[in-house]
Design a protein around this ligand. Structure first.
Ligand code: FE2
Length: 292
């Protein structure tokens, strides 16, 4: 629960606020940019919600925040934010909300599929929150958990225990050590089922992978995201924990694939035509090469 006594001075006056426990993961500013923004080292409210739709967005940010740093001075129906997750992105792909502090607010995604199609998939781990777990069960449980890299595994073991899901992760990020059921190796693409492909993308971490679903949705972990400032795709050199040159090579290999959505763990998501996505990927690659 956010603490009014610790309300950041950067918040505009009014109902909603962010307190000093904010870790600057940007979940709120990405989910509700009309209300929250990153003012530097932390986030704050820059516009108070003006209508029911904006109040709903603010309550969703409150639920999604990994550190419980968002609060309100007026009483609201918390169910509005709670029941909004998982929230639809497109087709059968959802954002889970309920980010975890242990993965620094990394975003996780749910793909809802019939049993015949292989069942539901979680990409990276949300917080193991009671409301979310109940909703996941209502939606058919979790059959597979695809982990992009070691930073965003959060409550993977609890989800495995609850749903018996098979976890997938690369050996080079310690998959065996944490008991993952399907351990990936090498740098060649690997089919998971008829619709999912793993593409190893070492760089941010040694065993980082991205997952391509139906040649449309690319779940990019911390490899690739949209830059609102530069209005193109980008990577993050300051957190290339393993190797920036290797991450640049991994980025080049993504030019072999077609996709319309970039859905990252950290950073902004992006939707575009395959042609424009390719253009932005080339632009990202050219920029990465200048940062060696
Ligand atoms: Fe990471």
């Amino acid at each position: 629960m956010a603490n009014l006594q610790k309300r950041l001075p950067e918040n505009v006056p009014g109902d909603f606020f962010v307190d000093s426990s904010c870790i600057d993961c940007d979940t709120c500013s990405q989910l509700a940019p009309s209300i929250f923004h990153d003012h530097g080292e932390q986030c704050s409210v820059h516009n108070q919600p003006q209508n029911d739709d904006e109040i709903r967005l603010a309550l969703m940010a409150l639920v999604a925040c990994p550190t419980g740093s968002i609060g309100s001075t007026k009483k609201h129906d918390a169910q509005i934010g709670i029941s909004a997750f998982p929230t639809l992105i497109a087709d059968n792909v959802y954002f889970c909300g309920y980010t975890s502090e242990s993965s620094f607010g990394g975003w996780s995604y749910l793909i809802v599929r019939s049993k015949e199609e292989g069942g539901n998939v979680l990409v990276d781990s949300p917080r193991f929150a009671t409301h979310l777990v109940r909703r996941l069960r209502e939606l058919g449980g979790v059959n597979t958990m695809l982990l992009t890299h070691r930073d965003d595994i959060a409550d993977h073991a609890l989800f495995r225990k609850e749903f018996g899901c098979n976890r997938v992760m690369h050996a080079d990020d310690g998959a065996e050590r944490i008991g993952v059921e399907r351990v990936l190796t090498g740098v060649d693409e690997i089919p998971i089922d008829r619709h999912f492909l793993v593409i190893p993308t070492p760089g941010h971490t040694r065993g980082h992978v991205v997952y391509l679903y139906q040649s449309k949705f690319l779940f990019t972990g911390d490899h690739l995201a949209w830059s609102p400032a530069r209005q193109t795709l980008t990577a993050f050199p300051s957190v290339a924990w393993y190797s920036w040159p290797l991450q640049t090579e991994s980025m080049a290999r993504l030019l072999d694939y077609e996709f319309q959505w970039v859905l990252p763990g950290h950073g902004d998501m992006h939707h575009d035509t395959p042609q424009k996505m390719r253009y932005h990927l080339q632009s990202c690659l050219a920029w990465m090469k200048t940062r060696r």
